[in-house]
Structure formats: C-alpha cells, structure tokens
Write a protein of this length. Sequence first.
Length: 280
Amino acid sequence: MGKRDLPISRALVFFMLLDSLLSFAAAKASCRFGVVHGNTLYNYSLASPSAEFPHGILSEDGFYKVALNGTVLWFQLCSNMIFNHDQPACFGCQDCGGSSRCGMTCSALVSNNIGGYDVCTAVGNASNSQISLIDENDPKKGVLAKMVSSGKTNNCSLSVAIFCDSSVVRVPTSFNLSGDCNYATELTHPSGCAITVAVGGKGLGWFGTLLLIVICLLGGHILIGTVYRFFFLGIHSIEAIPNLEFWISLPERMKSLLGSIVRRFTSQSGGTRATYAPIN
Ligand SMILES: *[C@@H]1O[C@H](CO)[C@@H](O)[C@H](O)[C@H]1NC(C)=O
Ligand SMILES: *[C@@H]1O[C@H](CO)[C@@H](O)[C@H](O)[C@H]1NC(C)=O
Ligand SMILES: *[C@@H]1O[C@H](CO)[C@@H](O)[C@H](O)[C@H]1NC(C)=O
Ligand SMILES: *[C@@H]1O[C@H](CO)[C@@H](O)[C@H](O)[C@H]1NC(C)=O
Ligand SMILES: *[C@@H]1O[C@H](CO)[C@@H](O)[C@H](O)[C@H]1NC(C)=O
C-alpha cells in the first residue's frame, strides 16, 4: 500500500508545483506563493480576502505610511497605491504618476527632505514584486515581499517582511535604509500565514527504490523467459520457468553458504581446536 501511495503523492506535489509556476504570472496581482517544506505545502495568498480582512494584506487606506527622520515611505502590497487623501506632495514624482497623480503608478514611494525640499523617489512596483520566505527553514514565520524600481538616477527596492500571526496585526512603524536606496520594513498580519496542505511523501529511500527495481527486473526476466520457453521452445511444463534448477537449488545453496559461514566462525572462536572437528 505504501508503495502505491508513493507515485500518487509525488505526482500531487509535481502538479501543485506546476500550478504554482503557472500561476506565477497571476501571482503579481494575486500575491500568491507556494513552497514545499518537509511533507507540507505552504500556500500563501496575501491578497485573498478573509472575513476580517476583505482586502487581505492590502491596506484599506490604499497605502501604508511610515515617517522617520524626515523621510516618509508610502507603499502598498500586491497593488499600486491609491490616494483618496494625504496624497504625497514632493518634487520629482515623474516615475510614479507625476505631480497631479503622485504615488498612483507605483507601489512604493519615498520622500526625502533635501535642502528644504521634499524630493520623491519611486522605490517599487508591485508588477515586479517577488515573494520568498523570511526564514528558509521556518515557513511558519512568514514571507518577504520585495519590489524593485529602476529609475533614471538610481535602482531602488523595498523589502517588506510580513510576519505571520493568526490574531495580531501590527502596522509598520519604522524602516531601515541600506545602500543608496534599499528600504526594508516589517509588519505583522494574519495574511502572512500559510494554508498548509499535507503532501504525504513517505519516501522509499534509495535502497528501497533499488530493491524495487531489482525485483521488477527479476520478475520481468522470469515472466518473459517463461513465455518465451512456453511458446517458442514448446516447453509445456513447470520446466518453462527459466533457471528452474537454480531457483530449486537456491534454498540448498543458502543453507550450505550459511553453514560454511557458521563453521568458519566457530572454528575461529574455537582457538586451538582442530578446524573440522567431527560432529557426532
Ligand atoms: C493556494 O491557495 C489559493 C487560494 O486560496 C488557491 O486558489 C490555490 O489553488 C492554492 N494552491 C494550492 C497548490 O493548493
Ligand atoms: C510600474 O509598472 C508599470 C506597468 O508595469 C509601469 O507603467 C510603471 O512605469 C512602473 N513604475 C515604476 C516606478 O517602475
Ligand atoms: C540599475 O541596475 C541595472 C542592472 O542591475 C544596471 O544596469 C544599471 O546601471 C543600474 N542603474 C543605476 C542608476 O545604478
Ligand atoms: C534615523 O536617524 C537615526 C539617528 O539619527 C539613524 O541612526 C537612522 O539610521 C536613521 N534612519 C533612517 C532610515 O534614515
Ligand atoms: C532594521 O535592522 C535591524 C538590524 O538589522 C533589525 O533588527 C530591525 O528589525 C530592522 N527593522 C526593520 C523595520 O526592518
């Protein structure tokens, strides 16, 4: 039974992975991500609505906003930002909607105060966001959504760590800057938790697989040999089985082999006694 389960569960994993790959294009919009860890498929669907969060991980305001040291970061996950209020008013917003629609054509924007002026920099676009695990070894921790933007003057990125907590929501309150324009922030949200699917996988291991192959080859050999001898050599008796003498003599051979091993063992442990002492 275990052997029969095996190919089915392998196939299941295969098709699930295929499904994940095929839905990769859609993943940009739907923010889906799947990973197999151990015998479990972790299926993340950041933008999926739930009873409590009809927009999933997406901020209902249309954007998340974090201000720090005179720098303001706006972003939205899985989508472009929408501003019905508090629209960013900074210079140089060409990469993200221009002055009239500033913030509306990208998914992450930073405003820096430079010499008394607020200057905008687009740092990310949901259309090229990537999702990975926060901790490769612990899918329960949550996922990392990374988006990038290649502007005319610099390459920017925003990484958002989405920590899984089934009951707590913590909005981002701070961010880190590394390099010229690589921002990182974090939040806690139930949407960062995966739906898990058991994918079985009681693997046979290499020895079991080898044994299975040997048994199959042997079975095939006997079957084909028997058919050949029966129909083409016309042997219509039990003799049709190939190497019958060998199979019949097998128990006897095993016995004598075992016997010689036992004899060798006892003669060695017998010390100075004669090698082949007659047994009465
Ligand atoms: C992952 O979840 C989404 C939405 O809940 C679903 O449409 C999709 O089929 C799931 N994928 C797998 C491999 O279970
Ligand atoms: C984001 O992607 C859209 C379409 O994919 C593109 O029109 C827009 O210029 C991009 N914005 C940035 C800042 O890369
Ligand atoms: C942005 O990155 C691309 C490739 O990674 C590189 O070719 C380009 O020169 C970079 N642009 C700037 C302004 O650093
Ligand atoms: C904010 O200011 C503090 C202290 O001046 C500094 O250590 C920190 O790196 C700054 N953070 C950012 C994101 O610029
Ligand atoms: C900023 O970096 C520090 C040190 O690497 C880390 O502990 C902290 O969680 C980071 N904060 C954010 C908002 O990513």
